[in-house]
Ligand binder design. Sequence first.
Ligand code: TRP
Length: 338
Amino acid sequence: MKKSEQNEKKTVLTGDRPTGRLHLGHYVGSIQNRVKLQEQYKQLLLVADVQALTDNADNPEKVRSNVMEVVLDNLACGIDPTKTTIFIQSMIPEIAELTIFFLNLVTVSRLERNPTVKDEMKQKGFGSSVPAGFLMYPVSQAADILAFKTNLVPVGEDQLPMIEQTNEIVEKFNRFYGKVFEKVEPIISSTPRLRGIDGQAKMGKSLNNAIYLSDTSAVVKEKVSSMYTDQNHLRVEDPGKVDGNPVFDYLTAFDPDRRGLEDLKNNYAKGGVGDVLVKNRLVEVLNSFLSPIRDKRADMEKNMDFVSKIVKDGTEEAREIASSILKDVKRAMKINYF
Ligand code: TRP
C-alpha cells in the first residue's frame, strides 16, 4: 500500500480498563469488532490505566498487575500487533494535557448527568464523596479518543454516553478555536449486551458474575451450572421462557449451529426440555469457542518479553501521533509560544 493511501485510512481506537481479566461481555461488546476492524483501518488499542486509577487510587497494585492481563486477552482473541497499535494510557502525557484543556469545555452538571457515570457511582457506593477524577473520566476518555484524531470507536452500548460527551467537546473546541477535530462515530456491536451469569443486566468484573476469556473448561462448566435460567421452569415438561433467559442469550451470542439452536428454543418453549440439557450445550459451545483463545494465551504467556516489546513499541508509536496532534491543538488554542 502506498503511503498516501495509508494516511487516508480512518483511525479506530478502543480501550480497556486494566482492573481485571476480560470476559465474554467484552468479547461480544467490543473485541470481536476490533478483530475485524484491524483489517481495514488503522487501529489503536489503549490500556486505560489512568482511567482505572480514577476508582482504584488506593490500589495501584491491582491496576499494574492487570495491564499485561488485558493485553494478553486481546492478543489471545486475535488482535494482531502488526495491525493494531497497543499502548499504555499513562505513558502518553499528551492525553493528560488534552484532558486539562477539555475540562474548560464541560460543565460539572453535564458530567453529573452522564448515565454511565451515574450507574457506576451507585454501584461503587460513592454517595456524595465522588472523587473529582472519577466524575471527569468521560473528559479524559474524550482526550484518549481525540489525541489520535480517532474517527471510529467500537464499544459496548454502555459507552455511548462517552462518545456523546466527546462529540460535544469536538463541537465546542472547533467553535472556540477553529476546526481541529472531526466528529467521532461509535460502532456498536450487533450482539446485544450480555447479562451476568446471575441474570443481572450487565456482566461486570466487579459484580462477580462474569465468565472470563481465560477461565478453564472446568470453571466454565461450574459457572454455567450455577447460571440463572427461567425461574418458573421447574419441571422438564413445563414450557420454558427463552426470552430473557441468560442461558439462551449466551447461546444466541456464541452457538454456531443456528438451526439446531432454533429447534432447541422452540422445544424449550413448548416444554419437555430440561435446563441441564440446555446448560450442557452451552458448556460445550463456550469451551469450543474459548479453547483456541486459551491456547494462544498460554503461548503468549511463555513469551512475555515479546509481549512487553509489543506494548513498548506501540506506546512509542502512539506517542509520536499524539504529540503531533497536540501541536495542532496548541496552535489553535494560541498556546504555542516558542
Ligand atoms: N471506558 C472504557 C471501559 O470501561 C475504557 C476506555 C478508556 C475506552 N478509554 C477509552 C473505550 C477510549 C473506548 C475509547 O470499557
